[in-house]
Design a protein around this ligand. Structure first.
Ligand SMILES: [Fe+2]
Ligand SMILES: [Fe+2]
Length: 162
């Protein structure tokens, strides 16, 4: 797949389009719930069906932004950690300050709670990344041992044949 540099306008546009489609998905699922509460099952289903299509649209954008061929488990964990840390260290503290200035206690509380949850998510991903790294080292060690054993066996069978 053709590489799209993260510093290009197209990447930024894909990011914005991805955000829009993702938002539409969650919004329509929420509207479906509302429509059902308001007693309109047909409209609820329409919102749900459309929401599923929006998920497809969002995934298409992601596939262009983060192609499988360019990624590893380490890299996707890194991207996730970066996002969660941005939320917990920058985005939610800024939003919380503004909500406080504007006298919105409900929003202050929500931004605090979700900022803390982002920190928790970052921690969980960091632990997973560490476990993955340790596992990769152990696997490399075993692969090396196996290779050495194989070379030993080959050398012996060669000297036996001579
Ligand atoms: Fe869409
Ligand atoms: Fe999160």
């Amino acid at each position: 797949m053709h590489h799209i540099g993260h510093d290009t306008k197209t990447f930024k546009n894909l990011e914005a389009a991805f955000a829009g489609e993702s938002m539409a998905n969650r919004k329509y699922l929420y509207f479906a719930k509302l429509a059902r509460q308001l007693g309109n099952e047909e409209i609820a289903r329409l919102f749900e069906e459309t929401a599923h299509q929006e998920t497809g649209h969002a995934f298409s954008h992601l596939e262009l932004m983060y192609p499988t061929s360019e990624l590893t488990v380490e890299k996707i964990l890194e991207i996730a950690i970066e996002g969660e840390l941005y939320e917990t260290n920058t985005m939610y503290p800024d939003f919380e300050r503004t909500a406080r200035e504007e006298g919105q206690p409900g929003a202050v509380e929500e931004f605090q709670e979700q900022g803390a949850e982002s920190a928790e998510h970052a921690k969980i991903f960091e632990q997973a990344a560490k476990r993955f790294k340790a596992l990769t080292l152990v696997e490399a060690f075993h692969a090396r041992k196996y290779q050495q054993a194989l070379e030993h066996v080959n050398a012996e069978s060669e000297s036996g044949a001579a």
